[in-house]
Design a protein around this ligand. Structure first.
Ligand code: SF4
Length: 337
């Protein structure tokens, strides 16, 4: 059987055409299908951070859950270190996979168990994932704390989560993820519950780990500013589709898709980081709808938008899903000729 161990010649993560539909039914509501992820494809390389950005209901958290194998996709492929993991382990993720792909949760208060001290939180994954070495597991746990900037480490090992600040807890959560020696860190809104003053510290820590450990990072966020700060590439999601995919700096400075522009405008207009593009949020319902799903909120809507859902097309070095652009057109802000 193919191994999930790192292979220098293989891309770290490749996601191809994943799709996930949920069926919801309320007591007095008819059944409805919710397409949470629709033919989503992307990759993350070693030492690369990719951000999935969108408002609530855009499908970004579903994609994270699919990658963590907490949900099974209806279709598509997930390859880790060159291995088709859904084919290799179709029913549930192996311990090896769960070691290679680790998660940092949004809530640093709920993700640690208040009953146990920090040493317990770190020793457990070290043993579970067979990452102990001859130097002693307590010393390894202390080293993990130093890696995430918690010193004196020996002192922090003896503390309990309730004795730490939110930022310190999130550092412990990151150290716990590192204990498994992962290749890919899925960080789900890792700063949104922290004070504004320490958000940058956590993003800087993730950037350092990416660089020094060649860690792949998938950042799930509603906040384009955080995405731009940490990520090399940004995928903007709207109702389960990737509507724009490009290098983070170019995409944020010169957004091509009207939805990306709306996300940026909502930050600028309100000063709030929660993107509220165009007002009402809607989830990805009704896969049978005709035309562009953003049409009812789009300031640039044209007749064709109500008739045909645009296919992804190459626009400069980006991929954009919008009728405003022809295949092969220049991206906004690019210098032609
Ligand atoms: Fe707006 Fe049309 Fe582009 Fe959709 S396809 S985002 S409605 S311009």
């Amino acid at each position: 059987m193919e191994t999930l161990e790192r292979k220098a010649q293989e891309p770290l993560l490749e996601v191809r055409g994943i799709r996930k539909t949920f069926v919801s039914q309320g007591l007095f509501r008819p059944r409805r299908r919710v397409v949470a992820a629709r033919d989503v494809s992307f990759g993350v390389d070693r030492g690369e951070a990719v951000a999935l950005v969108g408002e609530s209901g855009s499908g970004k958290s579903t994609i994270a859950r699919l990658l963590l194998r907490l949900e099974a996709p209806d279709a598509g492929e997930i390859r880790l270190n060159g291995v088709d993991v859904l084919e290799r382990e179709p029913r549930r993720a192996s311990l090896a996979y769960r070691g290679r792909v680790q998660m940092v949760f949004q809530d640093p208060f709920g993700s640690l168990n208040a009953v146990h001290d920090i040493e317990h939180h770190l020793v457990r994954p070290l043993k579970r994932h067979h990452r102990t070495n001859g130097g002693g597991v307590r010393a390894q746990a202390a080293e993990l704390l130093r890696t995430v900037g918690l010193e004196p480490a020996e002192e922090f090992l003896a503390r309990h989560p309730y004795e730490l600040s939110g930022g310190q807890r999130q550092r412990v959560a990151i150290a716990r993820a590192l204990a498994a020696d992962p290749d890919l860190l899925v960080a789900d809104e890792p700063t949104s519950m922290l004070d504004v003053s320490i958000r940058m510290d956590i993003l800087n820590l993730l950037a350092q780990l990416k660089r020094e450990r060649q860690l792949g990072i998938l950042l799930i966020t509603h906040d384009l500013a955080s995405a731009r700060y940490l990520a090399d590439r940004v995928l903007v999601l709207f109702r389960g589709r990737v509507v724009e995919d490009g290098r983070s700096g170019e995409l944020v400075e010169n957004p091509a898709h009207p939805y990306t522009r709306a996300l940026l405008d909502s930050i600028a207009d309100t000063g709030e980081e929660r993107a509220r593009a165009g007002g009402t949020r809607r989830s990805a319902t009704d896969p049978a709808e005709v035309g562009c799903p953003f049409a009812s909120r789009c300031p640039d809507v044209m007749d064709v938008c109500r008739e045909a859902d645009p296919e992804p097309r190459a626009v400069g070095e980006r991929t954009v899903r919008c009728h405003l652009y022809e295949e092969g057109a220049s991206a906004p802000g690019s210098v032609s000729g």
